[in-house]
Design a protein around this ligand. Sequence first.
Ligand code: TXA
Ligand code: MG
Length: 337
Amino acid sequence: MPETKLIIMSLEKPDLEGLKEAADVLRKGGLVVFPTETVYGLGADALNADAVKRVFDAKGRPPDNPLIVHIADRHQLIDLADEVPEKGQRLAKEFWPGPLTLVVKRTFLVPDIVTAGLDTVGIRMPDHPVALALIEEFEGGIVGPSANLSGRPSPTSAQHVMDDLKGKVDVVLNAGPTEIGIESTVLDVTVDPPVILRSGGLHKESIEDIIGPVRGATDIELLKRSPGTRHRHYAPRAQVVLVGEGNVQEFMKLLQEFRQQGKSVGCIVHSHELSKVESGDYFKVLPSPIEFFARYLFRTLRELDQGGAHVILVEQVAEGGLGTAVMDRLRRAAEPA
Ligand code: TXA
Ligand code: MG
């Protein structure tokens, strides 16, 4: 079992020694957790199948769930992508670095294990100085699933990473809490119109401004194109129950029911109406804007878990923009185990 080394990274001036050490670990097939603007990623050399296998093992990730590859420069696409359709190129130009993962046809250089045997690969350029500096220092693509145990909420701090993966990874680069707090948007550009396989930090509306209409994936398409999405996701240990936005009556009723069952209840709310109720054993308010809710959602789910909540009541948010990604995560977190 590796001893996990925590290296502190400043955002202004990433520590070169630490980066060199981390890149060296990657070259030797080891695992390096790195910060991105969305969540922390569990990094390994994308072209080294043994190293990638370690990523699946450390996370306990089902082998049918493909990994995305992080790059720091569009020239790196040459090794990884067989073809990037014109719409994909326009999006990359506009939004990279940023919270957009493009699914494209892959080259033979990308090991099967990365893509779970699919003929496509997901690629993104993260908007984070430490992530970009690490990729540059390593001089190659780095796989990066979220650095949590499979099924758990994604890590938005190095502490979350340590809670899940201490002793299972070689290095954790700690650059403080992540900015967006929710993962990237995954867009399949091998089809036209492109299909959103996972909503995320980049809004559908922003994508459509650049390339025109895109679609959401149907359930059948999701199974075929992104088989991993059917697995349980984003769930704290506590049971998550969703409450209608601003619905005080429903909120009080659920609260009472769970209390009567002797359960300790955590609450995450945002609206003016529910913020006033101030009830439950752990009561967290994540007021608007939605960016704030997104940034602190996974962190708060983990906190309430640690506090010992049996049930977490979460107030739903309005769909649209980042709200669509937040609701996607909430629905999945609330799915029965
Ligand atoms: O923001 C993010 O995307 C973070 C940071 C670390 O970059 N990474 C992340 O990775 O969330 P992961 O593995 O937790 O989620 C990647 C998603 C999964 O839903 C996976 O099924 C999908 O992307 N995916 C990856 N490659 C794919 C492919 N070739 N075809 C379809 N879906 C793919
Ligand atoms: Mg994940």
